[in-house]
Design a protein around this ligand. Structure first.
Ligand SMILES: [Zn+2]
Length: 145
């Protein structure tokens, strides 16, 4: 958890303002990894964006300072999205084929864009959820420096 903290200190005759963010990485993760992952937010504070590029995870959160240098989701998001989208598309395609028997060009015109859009659209949220679950359950092993 991250707590923003503001201090006004009188040092000698000067007033010094300090803005601090107190981070407790040992505390229990209270944010849902599903919610933060789905919205591609940071798992520890839920504020900043998790990705700097399409699937490139930022190394350090600017809000809470959590370091995700050690994260490793490997091929899990791609495998999960491929399995789910493939299963759903096959069921839909077979039901359309058995019901309407459309021409072959209809398959190309309909299913290729549906597959591309659903696969690319699901990759970021699924990767965010997997990283969130990794952080929640292995916070003391893999995410500390
Ligand atoms: Zn953060």
């Amino acid at each position: 958890m991250a707590f923003p903290f503001h201090l006004d200190l009188l040092v000698g005759r000067r007033l010094v303002a300090l803005d601090l963010i107190v981070v407790n990485l040992q505390s229990e993760v209270r944010l849902s990894p599903h919610k933060t992952g789905l919205w591609c937010k940071w798992l520890s504070c839920g504020i900043g964006k998790l990705f700097s590029c399409f699937l490139l995870v930022k190394k350090v959160c600017k809000s809470c300072g959590l370091n995700l240098n050690q994260h490793d989701s490997r091929d899990e998001p791609i495998f999960f999205v491929m399995s789910v989208v493939g299963f759903v598309i096959i069921i839909l395609e077979m039901s359309v084929k058995l019901s309407y028997e459309p021409a072959y060009w209809v398959y190309l015109a309909v299913w290729v864009p549906v597959i591309l859009i659903s696969t690319i659209g699901l990759l970021r949220p699924i990767k965010g959820i997997i990283i969130g679950l990794q952080y929640k359950y292995w916070v003391n092993q893999n995410f500390e420096n």
